[in-house]
Design a protein. Sequence first.
Lengths: 112, 117
Amino acid sequence: GESVGLHLPTLSVQEGDNSIINCAYSNSASDYFIWYKQESGKGPQFIIDIRSNMDKRQGQRVTVLLNKTVKHLSLQIAATQPGDSAVYFCAERVAAGNKLTFGGGTRVLVKP
Amino acid sequence: GAGVSQSPSNKVTEKGKDVELRCDPISGHTALYWYRQSLGQGLEFLIYFQGNSAPDKSGLPSDRFSAERTGGSVSTLTIQRTQQEDSAVYLCASSAGRGRPRGETQYFGPGTRLLVL
């Protein structure tokens, strides 16, 4: 079936630099997207979300960009800190549905 | 409570035994979800409850898996005759539900780590 596709690279980032995590999705019927951060041994922690009627949303140090033309979602983390080291998942929800379909995750390692 | 809680945090069982996993959602949240996360993998949807509506069971992998939600709050996920491939982290999430501000945002608990020997 259609699903969010997120290859599982490891992104190494120097402390203080910006991080960009990318996600491709294939279901054009998805109307809601969300990013989670998961630290080892913990449940996913909500970071930021965006509805399909928007193309950009900002939070504290994070920005989510949505490009519906190419079905691409990204998470930008400004001034990456050691505490940002974790696995990041994107997820989508099909319109009128409820369940989230998750990508495989990207590990972010912040180097001091 | 302040967040979603799950118990037990860890469970080791023998193949063939039944297990029950518990989830306490955020107070006032009407929607509750169960997901499964295998080692190093993303999350796999299992089941969804919304208020008094019939649950969406489309993600349950077999009839050995079942879940109930009593009184619109606490939920129990039951796995009967456990198999080694059931070993995973079982995560529960809740959201405020339809018609509520940001009602679709799902907040996760810490998970139950199940190991079937």
